[in-house]
Design a protein. Sequence first.
Length: 293
Amino acid sequence: MPAPTRTTIAPTLVAWFTENARDLPWRRPGYGAWGVLVSEFMLQQTPVNRVIPLLEAWLDRWPTPAALAAAPPGDAVRHWANLGYPRRALWLHRAAVEITARHGGVVPRSVDDLLALTGVGDYTARAVAVFAYGDRHPVVDTNTRRVIARAITGDAHPAAAHRRDLDAMADLLPEDDGDAARFNAAAMELGAVVCTARSPRCGVCPLAEVCAWRAAGYPDTADTRRKQARYEGSDRHARGAVLAVLRGAVTHEASAAEVIADWPDPVQRDRAIDSLVVDGLIEAVDGRLRLPR
């Protein structure tokens, strides 16, 4: 079977996406670049169903970058709630300050300008430029890498993220800007709902007839990516427990000695508190801990 190409993959996948795309808030017309940027921050390593209610509440509270920039950073950490990886809340707050100061409160369109914002990497910068502004760039996330690995190279799993992933996606992009944007979204959607990591639904895949992995008999090639450490009992778990106490306190502060005082590993507890202070997620003042002000 010849290797799949732009002409064999893109039209099929775009047509499938047009009929099967989930109705997600950030895909609706007029959602705006700020909404797309916030959604991309929240969606990093977080399931869609956890993001949607918090995203809508966030944008109701801070409908513009300037609104968030005017709030204390601790408010951003508090309203991040259970999304995990709370440094993203601080990064988003800093990005809002930068957008307000450098770009007059308007999320920039240029990939280079987006990359200069705190917390914005290759994926997020291109996602905003493509999905908010309609520009033609390759957008690559974990789902996209898995679709390319299976359909193009015949591997069961993608390799670790690398800059060459952008080149691989660029080779498949349609020339038309609108079709390119839809193809980017379609590849991500296919990986999220059909070409999934553990239970791919090959019987309903629109690329089944051109998929190199299927043609090779679904070989179980090695997954060489680094596995994420278990959350339960980890330093991340301890950090989350500290933040939960401070979020729940009426004044968002508490005695340092009392915060998760019953944590089973006191050394880990202290390490979690110290790391949160270093990251700027909490402040330690006169024997008390508090969210940043």
